[in-house]
Write a protein that binds this ligand. Structure first.
Ligand code: FE2
Length: 499
């Protein structure tokens, strides 16, 4: 039954003598005794009754049903073969509200509000915002050159120019009570989910214009929480004793508001252009991954706090030294050395930083490796790189061109996005693939002939100097961190959306 039932996101909880209906930002508390002796209400809460079909005689029942209707608690399917962008926006609006509600229910917000998250976690949150801001110009730039429609390319050309400098103007940590330099901010290694958000949204801009518009609309429409944000910021400033910390963040929100960013996306999504059901569903799933990265970053902010109370930034590796006391990206103390990328890959694979890796997404991940190899070949300018990439591609089972499948996890998508982002440097991509092979990731393992070719290339054609070590070392640690995310539990893409 898809007409008039309670939405999936509505949850019912019985606590003591109350039955609580949770939906987005509201909780409706009903007396348990009354619910138990009112079969119409019980049937609605059990999703056994259609809210429209029954004519409720009881005034109280009617009142409750009307209230729930006004809160958009009931789902009325609008599925059909094709939709105008305006219809898509209306359908997405409900889905986006559900995402916002979930996002703001995350426990990290109250911990920040009360100053309970340590400074490490506080800074991880602040810098996550810096990274999301920094990503805006990047993904918009892809849209400015690759979007299929001229008007949209034109729109993104000016949108990027309004956005790209906001990370520089508003998100440094220049508070007198915190000694965090601009360089600390610029070099802070993004949390795995912040990085995934950036890499994924850039990739989506190339392949799925509708998904990118939905993601942008979702982000920009957060301006509707402006007043709540102001209140939240002042509570956080007080809790951490950091007066005026969010002055620039507020200025940024006002600027986005004055530029009418959210309105721009409303306007774009108001056209009567038609989109097929299939494309819409695919774009919704793609937008969900971007949301899931934003959500996962909240978990990872808490995890960063759990590493220790003393402020340890996620600094990139310097001088070939891994040290958890200077960079929270490291887990063990070690000096890493090697003259070529094959040796280097062995060192990182032996660090014992990886949890047992048994993902259920082997075909999806293997396809991600293959696509990244093709992608790398398209960027490559060197003979030997083209040949080794081709040999490796030949050494993988050709497989299907498998796009997202049901239940692909956000971490698997993050891994694939990372591989794809490395493809602009064949050496870096091959280096991280070698680490994955050494760590026993079956999906990264080409047939024996390919492995020999890869090892020979990394040994002789990928000799690195001291300056290169640190960059590769940092990438290796980011990669292992991502693999660890993949090894743990991460949320799967829903198999359907309420359309
Ligand atoms: Fe902005």
């Amino acid at each position: 039954m898809d007409h008039g039932r309670l939405r999936d996101e509505v949850s019912i909880e019985t606590v003591g003598e109350e039955v609580i209906v949770h939906h987005r930002f509201i909780d409706l508390r009903l007396p348990r005794g009354w619910v138990d002796k009112t079969p119409e209400i019980r049937a609605i809460l059990n999703r056994e009754a259609d809210s429209d079909a029954l004519g409720f005689q009881d005034k109280q029942v009617n009142g409750i049903v009307e209230f729930l209707k006004l809160q958009d608690c009931f789902f009325h399917s609008r599925a059909k073969d094709a939709y105008s962008l305006r219809e898509i926006k209306d359908i997405f609006e409900s889905i986006a509200l559900g995402w916002f509600a979930r996002y703001y229910r995350h426990p990290v917000w109250n911990r920040l509000r009360r100053g309970e998250l340590n400074l490490n976690g506080f800074l991880a949150w602040v810098l996550h915002n810096y990274h999301v801001s920094r990503a805006a110009g990047k993904s918009g730039s892809r849209c400015a050159v690759l979007f299929p429609k001229r008007e949209l390319r034109k729109f993104f050309r000016s949108d990027v120019l309004e956005e790209y400098w906001h990370c520089d103007a508003f998100y440094f940590v220049r508070h007198p009570d915190l000694s965090i330099s601009d360089d600390d901010v610029k070099s802070y290694v993004p949390l795995p989910a912040s990085l995934a958000f950036e890499q994924y949204t850039v990739a989506v801009a190339e392949t799925d214009w509708l998904a990118h518009l939905l993601i942008s609309y979702f982000q920009e429409s957060s301006i509707r929480f402006y007043a709540d944000c102001q209140k939240f910021y002042s509570e956080v400033e007080a809790a951490y004793n950091l007066p005026d910390f969010f002055k620039t963040w507020t200025a940024h929100m006002r600027l986005d508001f004055d530029h009418g960013h959210a309105d721009n996306f409303v306007e774009i999504l108001s056209s009567s252009d038609n989109v097929s059901h299939e494309l819409f569903v695919g774009s919704l799933a793609a937008a969900w991954f971007a949301f899931s990265f934003l959500y996962s970053s909240l978990d990872q902010i808490e995890a960063e706090a759990a590493k220790g109370a003393a402020v340890t930034l996620r600094k990139p590796i310097r001088g070939g030294v891994l040290d958890p006391s200077t960079s929270s990206l490291c887990r063990v103390v070690r000096r890493v050395e090697g003259t070529n990328l094959l040796e280097f890959a062995r060192v990182f694979a032996s660090l014992d930083e990886l949890q047992p890796f048994e993902p259920g997404h082997t075909a999806f991940l293997a396809n991600g490796v293959l696509e990244a190899l093709f992608y790398a070949m398209s960027f490559s300018t060197e003979h030997d790189e083209i040949i080794v990439l081709g040999r490796l591609i030949e050494a993988f089972p050709s497989g299907k061109d498998s796009a997202v499948q049901d239940h692909t996890s956000s971490a698997a998508m993050a891994i694939v996005s990372f591989l794809r982002a490395q493809a602009c440097s064949a050496k870096t991509l091959l280096f991280v693939i070698q680490i994955a092979i050494n760590l026993g990731c079956e999906w990264a393992r080409p047939a024996a002939g390919g492995r020999t070719r890869l090892e020979a290339f990394l040994k002789t054609d990928a000799v690195i100097d001291r300056d290169g070590w640190d960059r590769f070392a940092t990438s290796a640690l980011q990669w292992i961190e991502l693999l660890n995310w993949g090894a743990g539990a991460s949320e799967a893409c829903p198999s359907s959306f309420e359309i």
